[in-house]
Design a protein around this ligand. Structure first.
Ligand code: CO
Length: 290
C-alpha cells in the first residue's frame, strides 16, 4: 500500500562518520571543562565553532567563573542542565540562568560580558555551543535572550522519549529559537531504556550528536556512541535523518545546521572571515569600542 507521505519508519539514517573524545581544558578564570567541538572540526561541522561541556561537583572547578570578556562575530548558546549562572553584559543586560534554561547571545559587532556561577557548592553542569554568524551579519547589534526551562517546547514521543526543542523544528513543533540562514536544530533527548528515536535532518546540513549520559546506538550500522562522545553524522545524500536506539536510559544533544561555507578567522573570542577583520576586532576592543 502506498501512502501520500513517506512513513518515518522508512527513514534511512545517517551513520557515524567519526567519534570524537572531548579534550579537558580550562577557560575563563580557571573553569575546568571539556572541549568536545574543537577548531579542527569547525569546517566539518560548519556553522558550529565550538561545544564545551562543564560538569563538576567540585566548586574549585567552577567558582572562578568567566569574568568580563569580549565576543564578536558569532552567537553563544548556553544550556544549563544543573546549577545556576549569573550573566551581565556591558549594555546593562543581566539574568540568572538556571537548570534547564538557555541563554542565546548574539555577539554581533561586539559585547563584553561575564558568566559567573551563583552557587557555592553542588553540581554545575551545562553546555556552551558557538554558532557562527554569516559574513553579512557579523557586525549586527548585539543582543541576548534568556529562555527559562518552562519556555522550551517539549514533546514526549509514544516510546517515551522526551524531546526538548531548543532550536529548530522537531515533531511538528517550533523550538524556542527559529533562525534563518544557519537554520540551527538543537535538541536535548532523554531516552528511556529500550527506546528508539528518528529525527529528520535536512540534506546537506552538517549534524552531530553528543551523549552526556548513558550510551546509544546510531544509524543502520547501530554504531555504539558512549558517554562523553561526540558523533559526527555522515552527510550521506540518501539519508533523510538519523535513528538513535537506547538500550539503557540515555541523554544526548542532537545538533544540525546549514553550513555557511565562508572563511573562518578566529582569534580567541573573535570569529570573523579575514585576519584583517580580526586585527580590527582587537583594535576596537582595546580602544573601548565594544
Ligand atoms: Co562568553
Amino acid at each position: 500500500m502506498q501512502t501520500a507521505s513517506r512513513s518515518i519508519d522508512t527513514m534511512r539514517s545517517r551513520e557515524v562518520e567519526r567519534l570524537v573524545v572531548g579534550q579537558p581544558t580550562s577557560d575563563g578564570a580557571g573553569v575546568r571543562l571539556t572541549r568536545v567541538l574543537t577548531r579542527e572540526l569547525q569546517r566539518r561541522l560548519d556553522p558550529y565553532l565550538m561545544l564545551d561541556e562543564f560538569r563538576s561537583e567540585d566548586p574549585n572547578d567552577y567558582l572562578a567563573g568567566f569574568p568580563d570578556h569580549p565576543h564578536r562575530g558569532f552567537e553563544t548558546v548556553t544550556y544549563m542542565i544543573a546549577g545556576q549562572m549569573r550573566h551581565r553584559d556591558n549594555s546593562g543586560g543581566q539574568g540568572l540562568l538556571g537548570a534547564g534554561g538557555v541563554q542565546w547571545m548574539t555577539a554581533g559587532r561586539g559585547i563584553i560580558h561575564s558568566e559567573m556561577p551563583e552557587q557555592k557548592d553542588g553540581l554545575m553542569h551545562g553546555f556552551q555551543l558557538w554558532l557562527n554568524l554569516p559574513a553579512a551579519s557579523k557586525m549586527i547589534a548585539p543582543s541576548y535572550r534568556d529562555i527559562a526551562a518552562a519556555e522550551i517546547p517539549e514533546v514526549t514521543t509514544a516510546e517515551g522519549v522526551r524531546v526538548k526543542v531548543i532550536a529548530g523544528r522537531a515533531l511538528g513543533i517550533d523550538g524556542a529559537v527559529v533562525r534563518e540562514t544557519t537554520e540551527p536544530l538543537y535538541l536535548d533527548l532523554h531516552m528511556p531504556a529500550g527506546s528508539s528515536h528518528r529525527q529528520p535532518l535536512t540534506a546537506g546540513h552538517n549534524a552531530f550528536l553528543y551523549v552526556y549520559a548513558g550510551e546509544v546506538e546510531v544509524g543502520g550500522e547501530r554504531r555504539k556512541v558512549g558517554a562523553q562522545r561526540l558523533a559526527v553524522l555522515s552527510n550521506d545524500a540518501g539519508a533523510d535523518g538519523v535513528t538513535v536506539h537506547a538500550s539503557g536510559a540515555a541523554r544526548l544533544l542532537l545538533v544540525s545546521g546549514r553550513p555557511l561555507a565562508e572563511p573562518i578567522a578566529q582569534h580567541g573570542p573573535f570569529v570573523m572571515n579575514t585576519t584583517q577583520q580580526i586585527t580590527q576586532a582587537i583594535a576596537d576592543y582595546q580602544a573601548g569600542r565594544f
